[in-house]
Design a protein around this ligand. Sequence first.
Ligand code: SF4
Length: 239
Amino acid sequence: MLEYSYPLFRPPAEADNIIIQATYGCSYNNCTFCSMYKTKSYEVRAIGDVFKDIDTLSHLYPDARKVFLADGDALSLDTDYLLNLLIYLKKSFVKLGRVSVYASAQNLLNKSSQELQELKENALSLIYYGVETGSDAVLKKITKGVNQSEIIESLNKASDAGIKISATVILGIGGSKYTNEHVKGSAEIINATRVNYLSTLQLGLEDDAKEKFYKHFSDFEMLDDTELLQEKKIYSYKN
Ligand code: SF4
């Protein structure tokens, strides 16, 4: 019997696909706006336990073609662990065509180009990546842990390995003061990389995130809906 550890998040595009939890939580878990894994500590699951979940799901859904590896950044796993996992997935789901994962800049920068290529050759072919913003000032205020050039470098590293990228930018993350810088920096990232799918999210702060968020971003003023749409309109022109 397979039991997921909740809360469990997956991209909307993975709604009909197999979800395998290889890690719990997020290895970084420090972005001020994010509440997703605040109730979980990061943990790498024993690979034998993950294999048992794969056995269960492959018996139930033997024709599945797509697998999403959860939780928040399973690309944080050691490459050997990931390769063993991918090989087991390919053996278990004989029609497997795609494995996807949430990935951060840090995850990608911590792997060599050769490691990323090996992962791609073993079906890891799509990453979901939160750019959030391309403004260095805003990246610092949301304590994303990386700057614009590191984001560009990491995305290009994934593309060079043949891995597709589905990226998101968060409308309103710079507030009213940094809206122009946010749009400009984010457009610069998209224009300097080969993102395959791009979508925007809208900033929403859960109660448990507010204190930390405003501590680091004391001059933040939330945009209203019209301003958010305006931000998206300008952003679309720049891309
Ligand atoms: S936004 Fe992503 S990297 Fe940042 S804490 Fe949340 S899950 Fe982790």
